[in-house]
Ligand binder design. Sequence first.
Ligand code: FES
Length: 519
Amino acid sequence: MRITGTGHASMRIDTGAGSILCDPWVNPAYFASWFPFPDNSQLDWETLGDVDYLYVSHLHRDHFDAEHLKSFISKKATVLLPEYPTSQLEDELRELGFTSFFKTKSNEVHELDGGLRIMIQALISPTDGPIGDSSLWVEHEGVRVLNQNDARPTDLSTFAELGHVHAHMLQFSGAIWYPMVYELPQAAKTAFGKQKRDRQFDRTWRYIDDLKADHVFPIAGPPCFLDDELWQFNDIFGDEGNIFPDQSVFMTEYAKVGGTNAVVLLPGSASELTTESIETTHPTDVDEFFANKKAHLEEMRERKAPIIAAEKASWRHPEIDVLGELKKRIEPLLEESIYLAKGVGGPVRFDLVSYDGDAIESIVVDFPGKQVRSYADEKVRYRFRTQRELVEHLIFIDEGDWVNSLFLSCRFTAARIGQYNEFVYAFFKCLSEERLQYAEGWYDEHEKSVEAEDTQLGDWTVQRRCPHLKADLSRFGIVEGNVLTCQLHGWKFDLPSGRCLTSVGHKIRAEKTDQGVNR
Ligand code: FES
């Protein structure tokens, strides 16, 4: 089996029974904020795109690049489709010209021609990717690989049970706007960023340890930021609070925990993998490449500037009445929303900065009042401040997922009262009838499924499943003093009160031998 690195989370897997291209991403994503790094635009995409199978793990724009899929990937390729609750991924691929689909069943092994076996695990909670994230397991002639990319299953036992895995590809770096966009003192931002960076690595070590593959490939990030406004997000300033460490940092950190089996793929690197061995060739020296990271980024910044300028020129739509349009689109969804609206629990304010930066229009999405209206000098849960043209463009393209566009762009600042609130982002991910209904249904079921089973952690008996996304706390839970940390996403719980210290709601059931149960 040959694994060719094609940038970011993308790779091509060649076997004697056919080839699979995964997540090809080349064009900038999220309002031209993210670019693949190292640059992969100069690869021979005509050849790479001539494949038997295409696997797009999910709809995040750094995995689903419509323009690139349309221009370079063979429409004869059969799409290996994850089993998602909505048909959006299939619909969008059909629109691009793909006609052949192999619809997988989540967690089931499928036999393809020539003895190629695959399994796709689909994660389907409203907080998984853009409602859906997935991992691909492949086996041919006894060689097994797991392309976990940026999916976060609670554990990897479903894959481990299928036999020893030879190569494990997974995310290790950040892919979010927290904490950089928050209006916090720099020292606090650095401290939160450092915590997040450490947590990302801890999670990665846990997954690696879960699967114990022969070889580990750090993939799916980080992106690079080439617009001057976002340049500071690149991890080139020695900032320990930067959440975007690259593959060379991964190698250093992995070595500190005893890891010796990692393989970094640059775009164009290729690993020949057998059950016994691996041999990797690179287009250039990997260490030297990362040693010159800043120079590479500066060269890219210069070269890609016209692309960013062209994108920026397309965002303004002064004819759009933003308040009127948001009212029309969002109020019917607020009316239907029970769980998400209740979860947000207060007004969310958007400050839209005019083109010249002089004026600000403040709009409030009032979740309890089920209204979109002008800001009325009230206390709000969250406040976002962004360029008016970005919201105009979201309306113009009828974007149903503001996480997969505005928020991931990092082109905003934010402030909030109280804790992180996942419902805010879940709602702005679901700005369509189909998505909202799905998310509401999911929370409904989730709330009703009372987790009866307990586990023992130190002196505490706690509910076995994490109130966040049901990680098994007998494996992911760590108790220090009275605080339980679930290592899957790092959420913390105060055990005596049961209160979640990371997010609103999500109380945990916990009991100390001589105390009552917290509910
Ligand atoms: S499942 Fe996310 S923190 Fe526990």
